[in-house]
Design a protein around this ligand. Structure first.
Ligand code: NAD
Length: 452
Protein backbone atom coordinates (compact mmCIF):
# COMPACT_ATOMS: atom_id res chain seq x y z
CA UNK A 1 0.00 0.00 0.00
CA UNK A 2 1.55 3.27 -1.05
CA UNK A 3 -0.75 5.98 0.06
CA UNK A 4 -3.75 6.09 2.32
CA UNK A 5 -4.89 9.66 2.42
CA UNK A 6 -7.66 10.52 4.87
CA UNK A 7 -9.65 13.72 4.39
CA UNK A 8 -7.39 15.23 1.79
CA UNK A 9 -8.23 18.75 0.74
CA UNK A 10 -6.36 20.94 3.15
CA UNK A 11 -4.15 22.23 0.38
CA UNK A 12 -7.04 24.02 -1.31
CA UNK A 13 -7.05 26.86 1.16
CA UNK A 14 -4.13 28.34 3.06
CA UNK A 15 -4.50 27.12 6.66
CA UNK A 16 -4.54 30.55 8.29
CA UNK A 17 -6.95 32.26 5.89
CA UNK A 18 -9.87 34.05 7.55
CA UNK A 19 -13.49 33.12 6.77
CA UNK A 20 -14.12 35.86 4.19
CA UNK A 21 -10.82 35.16 2.57
CA UNK A 22 -11.66 31.47 2.42
CA UNK A 23 -15.11 32.08 0.92
CA UNK A 24 -13.46 34.30 -1.64
CA UNK A 25 -10.89 31.59 -2.39
CA UNK A 26 -13.52 28.90 -2.92
CA UNK A 27 -15.52 31.21 -5.20
CA UNK A 28 -12.35 31.92 -7.11
CA UNK A 29 -11.89 28.18 -7.55
CA UNK A 30 -15.47 28.03 -8.82
CA UNK A 31 -14.89 30.80 -11.34
CA UNK A 32 -11.76 29.19 -12.76
CA UNK A 33 -12.54 28.07 -16.34
CA UNK A 34 -11.01 25.00 -17.92
CA UNK A 35 -8.91 26.32 -20.75
CA UNK A 36 -6.36 23.90 -22.12
CA UNK A 37 -7.29 20.79 -24.10
CA UNK A 38 -5.58 18.67 -21.44
CA UNK A 39 -7.69 20.26 -18.70
CA UNK A 40 -10.85 19.85 -20.75
CA UNK A 41 -10.21 16.12 -20.99
CA UNK A 42 -9.25 15.59 -17.35
CA UNK A 43 -12.31 13.94 -15.76
CA UNK A 44 -11.36 15.17 -12.29
CA UNK A 45 -11.21 18.76 -13.54
CA UNK A 46 -14.57 18.28 -15.26
CA UNK A 47 -16.14 16.94 -12.07
CA UNK A 48 -14.58 19.67 -9.96
CA UNK A 49 -15.75 22.44 -12.32
CA UNK A 50 -19.37 21.27 -12.11
CA UNK A 51 -19.11 20.74 -8.36
CA UNK A 52 -17.74 24.27 -7.85
CA UNK A 53 -20.43 25.79 -10.05
CA UNK A 54 -23.19 23.99 -8.15
CA UNK A 55 -21.61 24.74 -4.74
CA UNK A 56 -21.36 28.44 -5.61
CA UNK A 57 -25.00 28.58 -6.64
CA UNK A 58 -25.99 26.77 -3.43
CA UNK A 59 -23.92 29.23 -1.44
CA UNK A 60 -22.45 26.14 0.20
CA UNK A 61 -20.79 26.54 3.57
CA UNK A 62 -17.06 26.98 2.99
CA UNK A 63 -15.95 24.09 5.23
CA UNK A 64 -18.43 21.66 3.68
CA UNK A 65 -17.29 22.86 0.26
CA UNK A 66 -13.69 21.96 1.09
CA UNK A 67 -14.72 18.64 2.61
CA UNK A 68 -16.88 17.49 -0.31
CA UNK A 69 -14.54 18.74 -3.01
CA UNK A 70 -11.92 16.08 -2.27
CA UNK A 71 -12.13 12.32 -1.85
CA UNK A 72 -11.90 11.18 1.76
CA UNK A 73 -9.57 8.26 1.05
CA UNK A 74 -7.35 7.21 -1.86
CA UNK A 75 -5.70 3.81 -1.87
CA UNK A 76 -3.00 2.72 -4.33
CA UNK A 77 -1.90 -0.91 -4.51
CA UNK A 78 0.74 -2.65 -6.61
CA UNK A 79 -0.42 -6.19 -7.28
CA UNK A 80 1.98 -9.02 -8.18
CA UNK A 81 0.35 -11.61 -10.42
CA UNK A 82 1.76 -14.93 -11.66
CA UNK A 83 1.18 -14.89 -15.42
CA UNK A 84 0.44 -17.98 -17.51
CA UNK A 85 3.97 -18.06 -18.97
CA UNK A 86 5.50 -18.31 -15.48
CA UNK A 87 6.60 -14.63 -15.28
CA UNK A 88 5.47 -12.20 -12.58
CA UNK A 89 3.68 -9.02 -13.61
CA UNK A 90 2.95 -6.14 -11.24
CA UNK A 91 -0.27 -4.17 -11.82
CA UNK A 92 -1.23 -0.85 -10.23
CA UNK A 93 -4.72 -0.64 -8.77
CA UNK A 94 -6.74 2.10 -7.09
CA UNK A 95 -9.72 2.39 -4.81
CA UNK A 96 -10.97 5.89 -4.05
CA UNK A 97 -13.67 6.51 -1.46
CA UNK A 98 -15.07 9.96 -1.99
CA UNK A 99 -17.75 10.15 0.70
CA UNK A 100 -19.43 7.81 3.17
CA UNK A 101 -21.65 10.51 4.60
CA UNK A 102 -24.94 8.95 3.43
CA UNK A 103 -23.89 5.28 3.69
CA UNK A 104 -21.19 2.80 2.60
CA UNK A 105 -19.05 3.70 -0.39
CA UNK A 106 -20.45 2.33 -3.64
CA UNK A 107 -18.89 2.14 -7.05
CA UNK A 108 -17.56 0.01 -9.86
CA UNK A 109 -14.16 -1.46 -10.62
CA UNK A 110 -12.69 -0.71 -14.05
CA UNK A 111 -9.96 -2.65 -15.85
CA UNK A 112 -8.29 -0.70 -18.68
CA UNK A 113 -4.81 0.37 -19.84
CA UNK A 114 -5.63 4.08 -19.38
CA UNK A 115 -7.03 3.94 -15.82
CA UNK A 116 -5.59 6.83 -13.80
CA UNK A 117 -5.96 8.14 -10.27
CA UNK A 118 -7.66 11.31 -11.56
CA UNK A 119 -10.17 9.23 -13.51
CA UNK A 120 -10.94 7.02 -10.49
CA UNK A 121 -11.27 10.12 -8.28
CA UNK A 122 -13.75 11.68 -10.68
CA UNK A 123 -15.74 8.46 -10.96
CA UNK A 124 -15.81 8.10 -7.14
CA UNK A 125 -17.19 11.64 -6.75
CA UNK A 126 -19.77 11.05 -9.48
CA UNK A 127 -20.92 8.01 -7.49
CA UNK A 128 -21.51 10.18 -4.42
CA UNK A 129 -23.61 12.62 -6.45
CA UNK A 130 -25.38 9.86 -8.38
CA UNK A 131 -26.47 7.99 -5.23
CA UNK A 132 -27.70 11.26 -3.76
CA UNK A 133 -29.64 12.24 -6.92
CA UNK A 134 -31.63 9.00 -6.72
CA UNK A 135 -31.70 9.28 -2.93
CA UNK A 136 -30.30 5.86 -2.03
CA UNK A 137 -28.29 5.38 1.18
CA UNK A 138 -24.81 5.03 -0.29
CA UNK A 139 -21.76 7.22 -0.54
CA UNK A 140 -19.40 7.20 -3.50
CA UNK A 141 -16.35 5.11 -4.35
CA UNK A 142 -14.62 3.70 -7.41
CA UNK A 143 -11.79 1.33 -8.25
CA UNK A 144 -9.61 0.51 -11.18
CA UNK A 145 -6.60 -1.50 -12.25
CA UNK A 146 -4.22 -0.47 -15.02
CA UNK A 147 -4.15 -3.54 -17.26
CA UNK A 148 -5.04 -4.71 -20.73
CA UNK A 149 -7.84 -7.20 -20.02
CA UNK A 150 -8.32 -8.06 -23.71
CA UNK A 151 -4.83 -9.58 -23.73
CA UNK A 152 -5.11 -11.47 -20.43
CA UNK A 153 -6.37 -15.02 -19.90
CA UNK A 154 -9.26 -15.80 -17.55
CA UNK A 155 -6.74 -17.30 -15.12
CA UNK A 156 -4.61 -14.13 -15.11
CA UNK A 157 -7.70 -11.95 -14.65
CA UNK A 158 -8.88 -14.14 -11.77
CA UNK A 159 -5.52 -14.04 -9.98
CA UNK A 160 -5.25 -10.27 -10.48
CA UNK A 161 -8.80 -9.72 -9.20
CA UNK A 162 -8.23 -11.90 -6.12
CA UNK A 163 -4.95 -10.19 -5.23
CA UNK A 164 -6.49 -6.74 -5.76
CA UNK A 165 -9.35 -7.74 -3.44
CA UNK A 166 -6.95 -9.12 -0.83
CA UNK A 167 -4.98 -5.85 -0.89
CA UNK A 168 -8.17 -3.92 -0.13
CA UNK A 169 -9.60 -6.39 2.37
CA UNK A 170 -9.76 -4.00 5.32
CA UNK A 171 -11.29 -1.18 3.29
CA UNK A 172 -14.22 -2.94 1.59
CA UNK A 173 -17.24 -4.73 3.04
CA UNK A 174 -21.05 -4.53 3.07
CA UNK A 175 -20.98 -1.73 5.64
CA UNK A 176 -17.83 -0.03 4.30
CA UNK A 177 -17.51 0.01 0.54
CA UNK A 178 -19.31 -2.20 -1.99
CA UNK A 179 -17.68 -2.71 -5.43
CA UNK A 180 -19.63 -3.38 -8.64
CA UNK A 181 -18.80 -3.98 -12.32
CA UNK A 182 -17.69 -1.20 -14.66
CA UNK A 183 -15.82 -1.21 -17.95
CA UNK A 184 -14.24 -4.62 -18.64
CA UNK A 185 -15.40 -6.17 -15.38
CA UNK A 186 -18.52 -8.30 -15.11
CA UNK A 187 -20.54 -10.78 -13.04
CA UNK A 188 -17.60 -13.20 -12.96
CA UNK A 189 -15.28 -10.49 -11.60
CA UNK A 190 -17.80 -9.73 -8.85
CA UNK A 191 -18.07 -13.45 -8.00
CA UNK A 192 -14.26 -13.61 -7.58
CA UNK A 193 -14.20 -10.50 -5.39
CA UNK A 194 -17.07 -11.85 -3.27
CA UNK A 195 -15.40 -15.26 -2.92
CA UNK A 196 -12.00 -13.78 -1.99
CA UNK A 197 -13.58 -11.50 0.61
CA UNK A 198 -15.62 -14.43 1.97
CA UNK A 199 -12.49 -16.63 2.29
CA UNK A 200 -10.84 -13.91 4.40
CA UNK A 201 -13.95 -13.51 6.58
CA UNK A 202 -14.44 -17.27 7.04
CA UNK A 203 -18.05 -17.06 5.84
CA UNK A 204 -19.96 -16.23 2.70
CA UNK A 205 -20.62 -12.48 2.49
CA UNK A 206 -22.64 -11.90 -0.66
CA UNK A 207 -23.40 -8.23 0.11
CA UNK A 208 -19.74 -7.20 -0.37
CA UNK A 209 -20.28 -6.73 -4.12
CA UNK A 210 -23.19 -6.10 -6.45
CA UNK A 211 -23.63 -7.10 -10.06
CA UNK A 212 -23.02 -10.76 -9.15
CA UNK A 213 -24.55 -13.73 -10.96
CA UNK A 214 -28.14 -14.29 -9.79
CA UNK A 215 -27.14 -17.74 -8.50
CA UNK A 216 -24.64 -16.08 -6.10
CA UNK A 217 -26.88 -13.40 -4.62
CA UNK A 218 -27.17 -11.17 -7.65
CA UNK A 219 -30.40 -9.31 -8.30
CA UNK A 220 -32.75 -10.11 -11.10
CA UNK A 221 -32.86 -7.17 -13.47
CA UNK A 222 -29.37 -5.87 -12.55
CA UNK A 223 -27.83 -6.68 -15.93
CA UNK A 224 -30.33 -4.49 -17.80
CA UNK A 225 -30.77 -1.93 -15.01
CA UNK A 226 -28.56 0.89 -16.31
CA UNK A 227 -30.12 0.56 -19.75
CA UNK A 228 -33.58 0.52 -18.18
CA UNK A 229 -32.78 3.75 -16.33
CA UNK A 230 -31.64 5.32 -19.62
CA UNK A 231 -34.87 4.15 -21.24
CA UNK A 232 -37.03 5.59 -18.42
CA UNK A 233 -35.21 8.95 -18.62
CA UNK A 234 -35.60 9.02 -22.42
CA UNK A 235 -39.34 8.30 -22.05
CA UNK A 236 -39.70 11.10 -19.52
CA UNK A 237 -37.76 13.56 -21.71
CA UNK A 238 -40.05 12.69 -24.62
CA UNK A 239 -43.13 13.26 -22.46
CA UNK A 240 -41.70 16.63 -21.44
CA UNK A 241 -41.53 17.62 -25.12
CA UNK A 242 -44.75 15.88 -26.09
CA UNK A 243 -42.91 13.57 -28.51
CA UNK A 244 -43.99 10.12 -29.65
CA UNK A 245 -41.47 7.23 -29.22
CA UNK A 246 -42.62 5.73 -32.51
CA UNK A 247 -41.65 8.92 -34.34
CA UNK A 248 -38.34 9.23 -32.51
CA UNK A 249 -34.92 8.32 -33.92
CA UNK A 250 -32.04 7.33 -31.65
CA UNK A 251 -28.26 7.04 -32.06
CA UNK A 252 -26.30 4.98 -29.52
CA UNK A 253 -22.53 5.09 -29.06
CA UNK A 254 -21.17 1.94 -27.39
CA UNK A 255 -22.89 -1.43 -27.64
CA UNK A 256 -21.74 -2.99 -24.37
CA UNK A 257 -23.84 -3.46 -21.26
CA UNK A 258 -25.32 0.05 -21.10
CA UNK A 259 -25.57 0.79 -24.83
CA UNK A 260 -27.02 -2.53 -25.93
CA UNK A 261 -29.57 -2.72 -23.11
CA UNK A 262 -30.63 0.90 -23.64
CA UNK A 263 -31.01 0.25 -27.37
CA UNK A 264 -32.95 -2.98 -26.82
CA UNK A 265 -35.37 -1.52 -24.28
CA UNK A 266 -36.02 1.57 -26.41
CA UNK A 267 -36.43 -0.56 -29.54
CA UNK A 268 -38.94 -2.75 -27.66
CA UNK A 269 -41.01 0.40 -27.13
CA UNK A 270 -41.01 1.36 -30.80
CA UNK A 271 -38.13 3.87 -30.92
CA UNK A 272 -36.17 3.73 -34.18
CA UNK A 273 -32.49 3.00 -33.45
CA UNK A 274 -30.91 4.38 -36.62
CA UNK A 275 -27.20 4.18 -35.73
CA UNK A 276 -25.03 2.15 -33.38
CA UNK A 277 -21.37 3.04 -33.06
CA UNK A 278 -18.43 1.17 -31.57
CA UNK A 279 -14.77 2.07 -30.98
CA UNK A 280 -13.82 0.69 -34.41
CA UNK A 281 -16.73 2.03 -36.49
CA UNK A 282 -20.50 2.17 -36.62
CA UNK A 283 -23.48 0.89 -38.58
CA UNK A 284 -26.63 2.75 -39.62
CA UNK A 285 -30.02 2.27 -41.20
CA UNK A 286 -32.39 5.27 -41.47
CA UNK A 287 -35.35 2.87 -41.30
CA UNK A 288 -34.12 1.53 -37.95
CA UNK A 289 -31.91 -1.43 -36.96
CA UNK A 290 -33.48 -4.62 -35.59
CA UNK A 291 -31.80 -4.56 -32.17
CA UNK A 292 -32.86 -8.06 -31.20
CA UNK A 293 -31.11 -9.44 -34.29
CA UNK A 294 -28.13 -7.13 -33.79
CA UNK A 295 -27.63 -8.55 -30.30
CA UNK A 296 -27.61 -12.06 -31.74
CA UNK A 297 -25.20 -10.92 -34.47
CA UNK A 298 -22.81 -9.44 -31.92
CA UNK A 299 -23.00 -12.53 -29.71
CA UNK A 300 -22.14 -14.71 -32.72
CA UNK A 301 -19.46 -12.54 -34.39
CA UNK A 302 -18.08 -10.59 -31.44
CA UNK A 303 -18.75 -7.24 -33.19
CA UNK A 304 -21.53 -5.29 -34.92
CA UNK A 305 -19.91 -4.93 -38.35
CA UNK A 306 -21.43 -6.43 -41.47
CA UNK A 307 -24.90 -6.59 -39.90
CA UNK A 308 -27.33 -7.33 -42.76
CA UNK A 309 -29.16 -4.25 -44.07
CA UNK A 310 -26.85 -1.78 -42.35
CA UNK A 311 -24.40 0.74 -43.82
CA UNK A 312 -20.87 0.92 -42.36
CA UNK A 313 -20.02 4.28 -40.75
CA UNK A 314 -16.85 6.01 -39.62
CA UNK A 315 -16.20 5.62 -35.89
CA UNK A 316 -16.46 9.38 -35.24
CA UNK A 317 -19.47 10.13 -37.47
CA UNK A 318 -22.16 9.19 -34.92
CA UNK A 319 -21.91 12.62 -33.28
CA UNK A 320 -23.33 14.42 -36.32
CA UNK A 321 -25.94 11.80 -37.25
CA UNK A 322 -29.50 12.99 -37.94
CA UNK A 323 -31.55 11.91 -34.91
CA UNK A 324 -33.79 13.11 -32.10
CA UNK A 325 -32.01 11.39 -29.21
CA UNK A 326 -28.28 10.82 -28.82
CA UNK A 327 -27.07 8.29 -26.23
CA UNK A 328 -23.33 8.18 -25.53
CA UNK A 329 -22.92 4.86 -23.69
CA UNK A 330 -19.24 4.05 -24.15
CA UNK A 331 -16.73 6.11 -22.24
CA UNK A 332 -15.62 9.58 -21.06
CA UNK A 333 -14.89 12.72 -23.09
CA UNK A 334 -16.54 11.74 -26.34
CA UNK A 335 -18.40 15.07 -26.64
CA UNK A 336 -15.89 17.91 -26.52
CA UNK A 337 -15.33 21.48 -27.71
CA UNK A 338 -14.18 19.95 -31.01
CA UNK A 339 -17.38 18.10 -31.92
CA UNK A 340 -20.30 19.33 -29.74
CA UNK A 341 -21.21 21.88 -32.44
CA UNK A 342 -21.93 19.01 -34.86
CA UNK A 343 -24.74 17.47 -32.78
CA UNK A 344 -28.13 17.46 -34.49
CA UNK A 345 -30.09 15.70 -31.72
CA UNK A 346 -32.59 17.58 -29.55
CA UNK A 347 -32.05 15.36 -26.52
CA UNK A 348 -28.84 13.92 -25.07
CA UNK A 349 -29.16 11.08 -22.56
CA UNK A 350 -25.80 10.25 -20.99
CA UNK A 351 -25.55 6.48 -20.50
CA UNK A 352 -21.77 6.67 -19.97
CA UNK A 353 -20.09 8.42 -17.07
CA UNK A 354 -18.57 11.78 -18.00
CA UNK A 355 -19.13 11.63 -21.77
CA UNK A 356 -19.36 15.43 -22.05
CA UNK A 357 -16.69 17.98 -21.20
CA UNK A 358 -17.56 21.27 -19.49
CA UNK A 359 -16.74 23.28 -22.62
CA UNK A 360 -19.05 21.03 -24.64
CA UNK A 361 -21.79 21.71 -22.07
CA UNK A 362 -21.67 25.40 -22.95
CA UNK A 363 -21.89 24.68 -26.68
CA UNK A 364 -24.85 22.36 -26.17
CA UNK A 365 -26.60 24.93 -23.98
CA UNK A 366 -26.24 27.49 -26.80
CA UNK A 367 -27.76 24.98 -29.21
CA UNK A 368 -30.68 24.39 -26.81
CA UNK A 369 -30.02 20.65 -26.44
CA UNK A 370 -31.91 19.06 -23.54
CA UNK A 371 -29.36 17.09 -21.51
CA UNK A 372 -30.20 14.25 -19.14
CA UNK A 373 -26.90 14.23 -17.23
CA UNK A 374 -24.96 11.06 -16.41
CA UNK A 375 -25.48 11.23 -12.65
CA UNK A 376 -29.21 10.91 -13.33
CA UNK A 377 -29.42 9.04 -16.65
CA UNK A 378 -27.19 6.08 -15.75
CA UNK A 379 -28.22 5.83 -12.07
CA UNK A 380 -30.43 2.81 -12.80
CA UNK A 381 -27.40 0.56 -12.33
CA UNK A 382 -26.52 1.72 -8.85
CA UNK A 383 -30.19 1.83 -7.85
CA UNK A 384 -30.55 -1.86 -8.67
CA UNK A 385 -27.20 -2.51 -6.99
CA UNK A 386 -28.79 -1.01 -3.91
CA UNK A 387 -31.69 -3.46 -4.33
CA UNK A 388 -29.16 -6.30 -4.64
CA UNK A 389 -27.41 -5.23 -1.43
CA UNK A 390 -30.77 -5.03 0.38
CA UNK A 391 -31.83 -8.48 -0.91
CA UNK A 392 -28.47 -10.03 0.09
CA UNK A 393 -28.73 -8.61 3.60
CA UNK A 394 -32.35 -9.80 3.89
CA UNK A 395 -31.63 -13.16 2.29
CA UNK A 396 -34.93 -12.70 0.46
CA UNK A 397 -35.02 -12.19 -3.28
CA UNK A 398 -37.49 -10.22 -5.35
CA UNK A 399 -39.03 -11.06 -8.71
CA UNK A 400 -37.76 -9.26 -11.78
CA UNK A 401 -41.09 -7.44 -12.06
CA UNK A 402 -40.69 -6.12 -8.50
CA UNK A 403 -37.14 -4.94 -9.21
CA UNK A 404 -38.16 -3.21 -12.45
CA UNK A 405 -41.20 -1.58 -10.91
CA UNK A 406 -39.18 -0.16 -7.98
CA UNK A 407 -36.40 0.97 -10.32
CA UNK A 408 -38.82 2.71 -12.66
CA UNK A 409 -40.49 4.53 -9.79
CA UNK A 410 -37.15 5.85 -8.47
CA UNK A 411 -35.96 6.90 -11.94
CA UNK A 412 -39.21 8.71 -12.81
CA UNK A 413 -39.23 10.54 -9.46
CA UNK A 414 -35.56 11.47 -9.75
CA UNK A 415 -35.98 12.75 -13.32
CA UNK A 416 -38.76 15.07 -12.17
CA UNK A 417 -36.85 16.13 -9.03
CA UNK A 418 -33.95 17.25 -11.24
CA UNK A 419 -36.18 18.91 -13.84
CA UNK A 420 -38.11 20.77 -11.14
CA UNK A 421 -34.87 21.85 -9.48
CA UNK A 422 -33.57 23.13 -12.84
CA UNK A 423 -36.73 25.12 -13.48
CA UNK A 424 -37.02 26.59 -9.99
CA UNK A 425 -33.33 27.57 -9.79
CA UNK A 426 -32.97 28.66 -13.41
CA UNK A 427 -30.04 26.32 -14.12
CA UNK A 428 -29.42 23.55 -16.65
CA UNK A 429 -30.22 19.92 -15.80
CA UNK A 430 -26.63 18.99 -15.05
CA UNK A 431 -26.05 21.78 -12.56
CA UNK A 432 -29.51 21.07 -11.09
CA UNK A 433 -28.56 17.41 -10.54
CA UNK A 434 -25.29 18.43 -8.86
CA UNK A 435 -27.07 21.03 -6.70
CA UNK A 436 -29.71 18.55 -5.59
CA UNK A 437 -27.05 15.94 -4.79
CA UNK A 438 -24.63 18.31 -3.04
CA UNK A 439 -27.46 19.74 -0.97
CA UNK A 440 -28.43 16.24 0.21
CA UNK A 441 -24.85 15.17 0.99
CA UNK A 442 -24.08 18.49 2.72
CA UNK A 443 -27.20 18.07 4.86
CA UNK A 444 -26.21 14.63 6.19
CA UNK A 445 -22.59 15.74 6.58
CA UNK A 446 -23.71 18.62 8.80
CA UNK A 447 -26.12 16.37 10.70
CA UNK A 448 -23.37 13.85 11.44
CA UNK A 449 -20.92 16.58 12.41
CA UNK A 450 -17.16 16.46 12.12
CA UNK A 451 -15.51 13.71 14.16
CA UNK A 452 -12.51 15.04 16.01
P1 NAD B 1 -18.90 -2.21 -21.49
O1 NAD B 1 -17.46 -2.52 -21.42
O2 NAD B 1 -19.90 -3.29 -21.30
O3 NAD B 1 -19.27 -1.51 -22.89
C1 NAD B 1 -18.60 -0.42 -23.42
C2 NAD B 1 -18.82 -0.47 -24.93
O4 NAD B 1 -18.34 0.73 -25.51
C3 NAD B 1 -18.07 -1.61 -25.59
O5 NAD B 1 -18.93 -2.22 -26.55
C4 NAD B 1 -16.88 -0.93 -26.24
O6 NAD B 1 -16.44 -1.60 -27.41
C5 NAD B 1 -17.45 0.43 -26.56
N1 NAD B 1 -16.45 1.49 -26.60
C6 NAD B 1 -15.40 1.68 -25.77
N2 NAD B 1 -14.73 2.79 -26.12
C7 NAD B 1 -15.38 3.31 -27.18
C8 NAD B 1 -15.20 4.45 -27.97
N3 NAD B 1 -14.18 5.29 -27.75
N4 NAD B 1 -16.05 4.68 -28.98
C9 NAD B 1 -17.09 3.84 -29.22
N5 NAD B 1 -17.32 2.74 -28.50
C10 NAD B 1 -16.48 2.47 -27.49
O7 NAD B 1 -19.13 -1.04 -20.44
P2 NAD B 1 -20.50 -0.54 -19.82
O8 NAD B 1 -20.69 -1.21 -18.51
O9 NAD B 1 -21.57 -0.59 -20.85
O10 NAD B 1 -20.12 0.97 -19.49
C11 NAD B 1 -20.21 1.98 -20.48
C12 NAD B 1 -20.23 3.33 -19.78
O11 NAD B 1 -21.34 3.38 -18.89
C13 NAD B 1 -19.01 3.64 -18.91
O12 NAD B 1 -18.81 5.04 -18.94
C14 NAD B 1 -19.46 3.22 -17.52
O13 NAD B 1 -18.74 3.87 -16.50
C15 NAD B 1 -20.90 3.68 -17.57
N6 NAD B 1 -21.80 3.05 -16.61
C16 NAD B 1 -21.96 1.69 -16.57
C17 NAD B 1 -22.87 1.13 -15.68
C18 NAD B 1 -23.16 -0.35 -15.65
O14 NAD B 1 -24.05 -0.77 -14.90
N7 NAD B 1 -22.48 -1.18 -16.45
C19 NAD B 1 -23.57 1.95 -14.78
C20 NAD B 1 -23.39 3.33 -14.85
C21 NAD B 1 -22.51 3.86 -15.77
Amino acid sequence: MENVNDMAGETLIPKRAGRDEEQHSMSAVAEKKTTTWEQELNPWEAQAARFDEAARRLNLDNGIWKLLRSPSREIIVHIPVAMDDGSIEVFTGYRVQHSISRGPGKGGVRYAPDVSLDEVRALASWMTWKCAVVNIPFGGAKGGVICDPKNMSQGELERMTRRYTASLIEFIGPEKDVPAPDMNTNEQTMAWIMDTYSMHMGQTVTAVTTGKPVSLGGSRGRREATGRGVQVCTDQALKHFNMDPKETTVVVQGFGNVGSNSAKLLWDQGYKIVWVSEYDGGISNPEGLDISELLEWKAKHGHIHGFPGSKPEDKDAWISAECDVLIPAATENVITSKNAGLIKAKILVEGANGPTTTVADEIMAEKGIFVVPDILANAGGVTTSYFEWVQDRMGYFWTEAEVNERLTRIMVDSFHDVLQYAISHGVNNRIAAYMLAIDRVAYTTKQRGIYA
